[in-house]
Design a protein around this ligand. Sequence first.
Ligand code: S3P
Length: 178
Amino acid sequence: MWTSFIGFMASGKSSVAAALGRGTGQPVVDLDREVERRARLAVPEIFRREGVAGWRRREADTLLALARRREILLATGGGLVEAPEARLLLRRRGLVVWLDAPWEVLRARLEREGPQRRPLIAHLGWEGLERLSWRRRRLYAACADFRLRSDRDDVAGLARSVLLRSLVWRRRGHGGRA
Ligand code: S3P
């Protein structure tokens, strides 16, 4: 069974997946890094050469290539949920957790981390990005089994909450949804 993390950029998907992986020994896959590894190109370079559509294509292909992995913690990219097939696949593979924080928190984190790895910041500007974050909420909500607020930067606490929820979820027999 997979546990997949969805949510907007800087919502904590990679950090929480990594913390949970350290705690449980489950393998962690970071989809952005996996796309980069397969393409042998960094995210901004893929956007520069192939645009958003090219990125989405690579993201979808990479997700499909992972589909035969059985037990992973998957940190997705914030836009993966734009593809209906991706939403379906995540749900079929297991539990889907939406990490959610208010726009102001996300923006502050993105400003701190800098725009180097996230070409959409320059592409859309802060206002465009905020609009995108609102538009995507409906997709995150449609795909997730549950939502966790991630504005407190408490990565270890969030990882523990996800672990508890996934144990309950498995016990209720959902582990076999795949
Ligand atoms: C994107 C989010 C990024 C990365 C790409 C596009 C998006 O991932 O996949 O830059 O469309 O929201 P993170 O959410 O890990 O930053």
